[in-house]
Ligand binder design. Structure first.
Ligand code: ARG
Length: 457
């Protein structure tokens, strides 16, 4: 069944039908299509463009279609070009002539622009909710680990001691920014394109404000040509999803490192790891690796749509049908990854002793030893050199700064005293870092309180 047979004298080539069709993938927004049509029909009735009775029949018909699709009584079949054609044909089948009036003052161009916007809007919300759930788990881990010491790294080399709470807090911040990006996108995209028609509006007295209100938009869009050719919001959303995936991927990389035999900082739960078919000893971090790997396809969707849109003249062009498949895949992929990632970190355990031991070795307290000298009046650059010599001495003997006898310290600088050991103790090094954003548990607890408010907001 076609919506446009009138001016044609020949049947469409079968391959063209197949190539042109979008129903295999646009059927996923059947609900949004019905929602939009109900608002349109309601407005047509109120405006007297169709009769009250026709409007009521259309709405009832669309509601029955929705019910039957959801119960499985009605199947969306691919004998139709797209979901819009399927809906109109099914409606006419069910309610007769009144169904033929639904498309008055509407084009599939503004219809698909609306459906995509409604669908994307729901996905933006769902992603934000899923991220918040992940952040709840991160916050729980932070609260339990304000005094779980671990090495902080730069260049993957041990740098200064931090805590698990502090490290996880970094990801809390990233996901907080991600959610604020989603909020911005929602605000910018929340205008209703229906009523733009094919591209130049319509001569019917449509009430676009009413339709926008019925569909929970902040108002109608203001330029009909832009309305049917704008996919910025999909691109923005794919951009936000790419950044979320980039964050998850970095986090995943750390999970893989921490889970490695050499580190053994964490233990993944059996339910969230996998084995090898040949090596019985293996317990692999497949979830983390897959999240890291799937990041590529989300980036791909973003690049693909940017490229599709770059050469398009106004207004609607069929190229824009290509906004869907990869975007849907990116939305599903990201939501799935957030869920799986959350389950994985919620069930993993920390090898606290190993983390603390690792923080104690590798001279993560060398900066604190230099700061000790500075507090006693030595200029920082000199202090840096003195501690460098001490580190070299310790490396030679295979010991930590904590284990070097005081007379050896004094040989390099007479400023050192017995209180050096307290000053470079791991706990002191972390506890004293009390500026905003630093890992000291006292400051960390203040930040945690702010995060708790954020979660409950
Ligand atoms: N399936 C089309 C899409 O996804 C719907 C709009 C078709 N409009 C048209 N004039 N061919 O973009």
């Amino acid at each position: 069944m076609k919506l446009w047979g009138g001016r044609f004298t020949k049947e469409t080539n079968a391959l063209v039908n197949e190539f042109n069709a979008s129903i295999s993938f646009d059927q996923r927004f059947y609900k949004q299509d019905i929602e939009g049509s109900i608002a349109h029909a309601t407005m047509l009735g109120i405006q007297g463009i169709i009769t009250e009775d026709e409007s009521k029949k259309i709405v009832a018909g669309l509601e029955s279609i929705l019910k039957d699709i959801e119960s499985g009584a009605l199947t969306i079949t691919d004998e139709y070009e797209d979901i819009h054609t399927f809906m109109e044909a099914t409606l006419i089948e069910r309610i007769g002539d009144a169904g033929k009036r639904l498309h008055t003052g509407r084009s599939r161009n503004d219809q698909v622009a609306l459906d995509m916007r409604l669908y994307t809007r729901d996905q933006v919300k769902a992603t934000s909710v899923e991220l918040l759930d992940l952040m709840r788990v991160i916050l729980r881990i932070m609260k339990e680990n304000t005094e779980t010491f671990m090495p902080g790294f730069t260049h993957l080399q041990k740098a200064q001691p931090v805590t698990v709470a502090h490290h996880f807090g970094a990801y809390f911040e990233m996901f907080k920014r991600d959610r604020s990006r989603l909020k911005d996108i929602f605000k910018r995209m929340n205008y209703c394109p229906l009523g733009a028609g094919a591209l130049a509006g319509t001569t019917y007295p449509l009430d676009r404000d009413l339709v926008a209100k019925l569909l929970d938009f902040d108002g109608p869009t203001l330029n009909s040509m832009d309305s049917v050719s704008d996919r910025d919001y999909v691109i923005e959303f794919l951009d936000a999803l790419s950044i979320i995936m980039m964050h998850l991927s970095r986090f995943s990389e750390e999970i893989c490192i921490w889970n490695s035999n050499e580190y053994k900082f964490i233990e993944l739960d059996d339910a969230f790891s996998t084995g090898s078919s040949i090596m019985p000893q293996k317990k692999n971090p497949d979830i983390a690796e897959l999240v890291r790997g799937k990041t590529g396809r989300v980036y791909g969707a973003l690049m693909s749509l940017l490229t599709t849109m770059k050469g398009l003249p106004l207004a609607y062009n069929k190229d824009m049908q290509e906004d869907k498949e990869l975007a849907f895949d990116a939305m599903d992929t990201t939501l799935g990854c957030i869920k799986l990632f959350k389950g994985m970190i919620d069930t993993m355990s920390f090898n606290k002793k190993r983390m603390e031991d690792s923080a104690k070795h590798g001279f993560t307290n060398a900066t604190d030893a230099a700061d000790y000298l500075v507090k006693k009046g030595v200029p920082f650059r000199d202090a840096h050199g003195i501690v460098g010599q001490l580190v070299l001495m310790c490396l030679d003997r295979g010991i930590a700064l904590d284990d070097l006898p005081l007379d050896e310290y004094k040989k390099i600088s007479p400023v050192f005293d017995n209180d050096i050991y307290e000053a470079i103790d791991l706990r002191t090094c972390v506890d004293k870092r009390l500026t905003i954003g630093a890992p000291g548990p006292e400051m960390m607890n203040k930040v945690i309180a702010i995060y708790e408010e954020y979660i409950d907001d």
